[in-house]
Design a protein around this ligand. Structure first.
Ligand code: CA
Length: 224
């Protein structure tokens, strides 16, 4: 069963959408504000399959919450923007900011449902695993395994390894890794990165790949 996060501050609209989604066989998590949406999303720990996000929220602009959903969180959940703003610029801005689709209010439920189904079909076509030789990374559960054996990576080790696997053979700068994995700049201190890379090297031994340091520049995943 797919799970939909519905973020809408107008209770009557939210209730209408929630009831109809449930009738259509979806699990629903509801939020009446942007902050509540982020909190519920985190509580689901990657369990949300799609998010419906109202743009005009009592605690700010839905586009800002969309960015917050996208950044610093695992998973790349499809986001359908619900907007009462009909001007073309608002729509373009919403899509440019990372929305997957939008629907202008008032909308009919069958149209909302069709859009949701289309986004979920598209998301299902995106590969859920990354592979490098014997290494298999499961993007959904954030776990990595080698010949079926779980490598027991920490969240940060997993994030690092997926960046390495996606950029095989290319040097990735320490600065970039810090930004992506620790969500902060190095501020000159690269100890956390060095430690994480050392642990990761150990865990992927015998995978046929190794993490090579490019002195002063960063790291690179190379085939042995
Ligand atoms: Ca609203």
């Amino acid at each position: 069963m797919k799970k939909v996060l519905v973020c809408e501050d107008e209770a009557a609209i939210r209730e209408f959408v929630v009831i109809n989604l449930k009738r259509s066989g979806y699990e629903v998590v509801e939020a009446g504000s942007g902050e509540e949406a982020l909190q519920k999303y985190d509580e689901e720990k990657g369990g949300v399959d799609i998010a419906l996000l109202d743009i005009m929220l009592p605690d700010g602009n839905g586009l800002e919450y969309m960015k917050a959903l996208r950044q610093g969180r695992e998973g790349d959940v499809p986001i359908l923007l619900l907007t009462g703003l009909t001007s073309q610029e608002d729509v373009i801005q919403g899509l440019a900011a990372g929305g997957d689709d939008y629907l202008t209010k008032p909308y009919d439920f069958p149209i909302l449902l069709a859009r949701i189904e289309a986004l979920l079909r598209r998301a299902d076509r995106i590969p859920k695993t990354l592979q490098a030789g014997k290494l298999v990374l499961d993007i959904t559960s954030c776990t990595a395994s080698m010949e079926g054996r779980d490598l027991l990576l920490t969240q940060k080790e997993f994030a690092l390894l997926s960046l390495f696997v996606q950029n095989q053979g290319q040097v990735i700068s320490g600065e970039y890794l810090y930004e992506k994995v620790w969500k902060t700049s190095t501020a000159g201190d690269t100890q956390a990165l060095k430690t994480a890379v050392a642990r990761l090297r150990n865990k992927i031994r015998e995978s046929g790949f190794c993490i090579v340091s490019a002195r002063g520049e960063g790291y690179c995943l190379e085939q042995e």
